[in-house]
Design a protein around this ligand. Structure first.
Ligand SMILES: NC(=O)c1ccc[n+]([C@@H]2O[C@H](COP(=O)([O-])OP(=O)(O)OC[C@H]3O[C@@H](n4cnc5c(N)ncnc54)[C@H](OP(=O)(O)O)[C@@H]3O)[C@@H](O)[C@H]2O)c1
Length: 308
């Protein structure tokens, strides 16, 4: 491991987007050890109350509107941006996703590090070629989420601009496929299999991704923060082992006595395997075996389906 991880315990952290799939396990891990403030629109008041019960200070704010962030603490040690919106409205999604990270960074200029979560959806489709961080960008997820890839690409640029302008050490982590005991894409596939629904896959199969378990992305947080640089460290962030949709669906099928049915669809997201070389050199390998992670997920969310 090249880097010494930062010691996040006792630090002041501002986290945007606490209610999301990826953020929820991070909030649970950080709430007991940090002074954690979470900002979101909190359309779901119950979610806000659950966070407050964990000891998280909550601020209602919309990243699209910098004035609404004024109640966020500015003198934090670390900023984690896990907010994202996919409303389909280009004006709003560009503001919230792209200007949003700029608004956060302009508000927290003295942060020791900013960690902005991006996505491998920023890469242009390139078949089975593992994508390195300097691979061409493209509108990868257009067919299903029209504003997503473009606004995530724009967000990265705003993030780099703010890091350089305000001299804020920053890491951009391009997530592959996060999952864990609170679900994720493979769990949707399992639910589809249970209902006998076909799973659309790109015809250039197998369709490889890098499943990233929540225990690994939590373990790697202090390393990602340590990697932050005002010239911005951009990293792929996925499981060290690539695994295809077809493989994980077959494995879930064997576990639950279900037969996945795949349907070729050129509009489906194609293979998006990451090149892990830079990630491994900066933050090291991930630990969780994907089969074990998937089994734990099903044990937690749908134990009644397990047959083996
Ligand atoms: N989930 C995946 O499979 C996946 C894959 C690759 C990358 N990622 C990346 O991981 C990060 C988290 O994704 P996720 O899927 O966990 O997100 P999510 O489940 O959609 O949750 C998004 C969070 O952002 C908040 N939010 C949305 N719009 C906001 C706004 N305008 N201002 C303030 N907060 C706002 C939401 O709360 P309110 O609605 O209450 O504001 C919610 O807490 C994102 O950067 C995403 O691009 C996710």
């Amino acid at each position: 491991m090249a880097l010494n991880p930062v010691d996040i315990s006792g630090s002041r952290v501002l986290l945007a987007g606490p209610g999301g799939q990826v953020a929820a396990p991070i909030v649970e891990a950080l709430a007991p050890i940090c002074e954690l403030t979470a900002v979101a629109r909190f359309s779901d008041e119950a979610q806000r109350q659950r966070l407050q019960a964990l000891g998280v200070h909550t601020v209602r704010g919309d990243l699209a509107d910098h004035r609404s962030l004024r109640d966020c603490p500015a003198d934090v040690d670390y900023v984690l941006n896990l907010a994202v919106v996919k409303s389909g409205d280009f004006n709003y999604d560009m503001r919230a996703n792209a200007e949003g990270i700029g608004n956060l960074m302009a508000h927290c200029r003295s942060a020791k590090a900013v960690l902005h979560f991006s996505s491998t959806a920023v890469y242009e489709y390139a078949g089975h070629e593992p994508r390195s961080e300097d691979a061409p960008l493209g509108d990868n997820h257009r067919a299903m989420f029209p504003t997503y890839s473009l606004s995530k690409i724009a967000a990265e640029s705003v993030c780099r601009f703010a890091a350089r302008q305000y001299d804020i050490p920053t890491t951009i982590a391009r997530l592959s496929v996060p999952y864990g005991n609170n679900g994720g894409w493979p769990f949707f596939h399992l639910l589809m299999m249970k209902e006998g629904m076909p799973i659309d896959v790109h015809p250039e199969s197998p369709n490889y991704y890098n499943l990233l378990h929540s225990s690994d992305y939590i373990d790697k947080l202090p390393y990602l923060l340590a990697a932050a640089d005002s010239d911005v460290c951009t990293l792929n962030f996925g499981g060290s082992e690539a695994v295809s949709i077809e493989q994980w669906c077959r494995y879930l099928g064997e576990m639950c006595g279900l037969e996945p049915s795949f349907r070729d669809n050129p509009q489906a997201f194609g293979s998006l395997q990451i090149d892990t070389e830079k990630m491994h050199s900066v933050i090291g390998e991930t630990q969780k075996d994907w089969r074990q992670g998937l089994r734990e997920m099903v044990q937690q969310l749908a134990p009644e389906l397990i047959r083996d």
